[in-house]
Design a binder for this molecule. Structure first.
Ligand SMILES: C[S@@+](CC[C@H](N)C(=O)[O-])C[C@H]1O[C@@H](n2cnc3c(N)ncnc32)[C@H](O)[C@@H]1O
Length: 328
């Protein structure tokens, strides 16, 4: 049975597939849920309103005011823990009934020019969700041309990656590339722009953001952590925003295949008991949601129920993680 249409807050970030995520995590009254991507707290608030207790996690220190507001409203049932969801099993203490992950950037991150996520807004080429580590400018100005091309291809699925990397190498030999719009213009000059198509910098910006924040590693480690944390019957709901992420989530939920027996002298390898049951198909936003919130157009939700089988170590390559130089 579907839960009633969840209340969508007027916050700075409109939560995507909210009703569907609540359905996937229910029943919610009295449940303990980890919201591993707190953001502006849209999911957390709806979960709290449905009667759950929530532990919110986010790596971006700027979500703090949203967390404080919810903590004041629900002092007994909400707690915020700063950190990455790759460690969600250690950040959440005690048993948990469900985990929600809504991966990617928030509207706040995209909309603040000084964060450097958007090629539409002039800002420093930063793109870090947490204020630590290498920036996008560091990558663009220091990576070897071939490594840069490989990165744009692997994380952005950018087919013109070599041409873009070459133009970047020529430009940075004159002076470092330091702003979002400077890079966007350079990419447009390198590969041109067709009317009606997405901005030519879209894929390259996605690739740089993924690399800067180690997003695919975070996803694999977060899925593994949720598998360790959730006991039998526990629920996991993951919303992703591009095909690289969705492929990882899809493969993660698939039961492992039995390996072919290499030798008659070796014991037969049998397929392991599945860790996940009732795996949903890809759930996409309906026409009304897409019309109201265009960001939801590329969102895919997959959800499943934890079985009693022991958690396994995950093989990032089996899950489809591209390898780029030393990075994943
Ligand atoms: C799409 S937004 C989530 C929005 C949220 N569901 C809401 O309704 O407001 C993603 C959030 O996850 C955070 N995030 C992304 N990767 C993370 C990670 N590996 N660990 C913790 N937080 C992460 C981002 O900082 C951002 O605030």
């Amino acid at each position: 049975m579907s839960s009633p249409q969840a209340e969508v807050p007027d916050g700075p970030h409109v939560p995507v597939l909210l009703t569907e995520v609540l359905d996937a995590l229910g029943p919610l009254s009295g449940a303990r849920i980890v919201d591993g991507t707190f953001g502006a707290g849209g999911y957390s608030r709806a979960l709290l309103l449905a009667g759950a207790s929530v532990i919110g996690i986010d790596r971006d220190p700027r979500v703090q005011p949203h967390a404080e507001r919810l903590a004041a409203e629900f002092p007994d049932r909400f707690r915020f823990v700063p950190g990455t969801f790759s460690a969600l099993d250690t950040l959440a203490d005690g048993p948990v009934d469900g985990v929600a992950l809504d991966i990617g950037v928030s509207s706040m991150q995209l909309d603040e020019p000084e964060r450097g996520f958007s090629f539409m807004r002039e800002g420093p080429l930063d793109m870090r969700m947490a204020a630590e580590g290498e920036t996008a400018a560091d990558l663009v100005n220091t990576l070897d041309e071939t490594d840069l091309a490989n990165l744009l291809y692997a994380y952005g699925e950018e087919r013109k990656s070599r041409r873009i990397a070459h133009h970047i190498a020529l430009a940075r030999a004159e002076r470092p590339i330091s702003t979002t719009t400077e890079l966007a213009r350079l990419i447009e000059k390198a590969i041109g722009r067709k009317p009606g198509d997405a901005h030519p910098a879209t894929r390259s910006f996605q690739a740089l953001r993924i690399a800067v924040n180690g997003e695919l590693d975070q996803l694999v480690d977060g899925l593994a952590a949720a598998e360790r944390l959730l006991g039998e019957g526990g629920r996991l709901a993951v919303v992703s925003f591009h095909s690289l992420e969705d492929r990882i989530v899809k493969r993660f939920f698939e039961p492992e295949r039995a390996e072919p027996v290499q030798s008659r002298h070796l014991p037969m390898r049998v397929a392991e008991t599945p860790r996940w049951s009732r795996v949903t198909k890809a759930i996409r936003a309906g026409g009304a949601e897409v019309a109201a919130n265009p960001r939801s157009r590329s969102a895919t939700l997959r959800a499943a129920l934890r079985t009693s089988a022991a958690a396994r170590p995950l093989d990032p390559e089996m899950l489809g993680l591209p390898r780029v130089g030393g990075r994943r």
